[in-house]
Unconditional design. Sequence first.
Length: 274
Amino acid sequence: MKNLSYILIFCLVTSYSFASISKVQKNALVALYNATNGDQWNTSWNLEADVESWFGLTIENNKIVEINLQFNNLKGELPNELGDLTDLRKLNLGFNQLSGEIPTSISNLTELTALELFMNKLVGQIPSGIGQLKNIEYIKLYSNQLTGDIPESIMGLSQLKELLLSSNYLTGTISPNIHALENLEKLGLMDNKMSGEIPVELAELHNLEELMLSSNSFSGNLPIEFISLTKLNTLMVSDNNLNQEYITVSGNTPQNLSNMVLQSATAIMDIEKE
């Protein structure tokens, strides 16, 4: 009986020792490898070796929780199988040569806190399903070739801290519902093709530190309510169609920011007098 107990314990320990990620998750990784010319990556994967040895992965409890393959010469389109990595918390594929559209299956990654696909060649619209990522804190899609409006669904991501979409071909306006992003610290929309007035609702984002809206077609004036944004240390609104040109304010210069907003308020009064 004692020997039987030892055998059972040995079997359990052995089984645990050789436990591995699920076939579904491994297949998703292999699909990513094949779709992005994995054999030409700067640091490639040996598909015959254990997944635990593959570069750029973080594995916890036999689940893929992070993929970090930035600067790794990924070329090609992201596969739909990416959505099968449902335990993923961080996806960083920045500084590569990815093309094609962001797969709609990205909406399956509901544990995701960071989506970083910046500095690639991605095209098409930002999937509206991104609004399903309720845990997301960082969306970094800047320096791609994305088009269309910013999905309204993003305005429901209350945990979001950084929304960085600069240097794309985005159109449309900034939704007034952006006030719901109460934890937002950085908003980067510069160098796009957006238009409309800068919404006063941005003044409700009291954690905002950086607001970058330069090089678009925004019109109107800078809302005087921005003076209440006490944490704001970078404000970039130049090169738009605003009623006047504003200098860029960056760094710990609250006095300059106040002067800039007051300058806008004076311009509004002058227009009203006319």
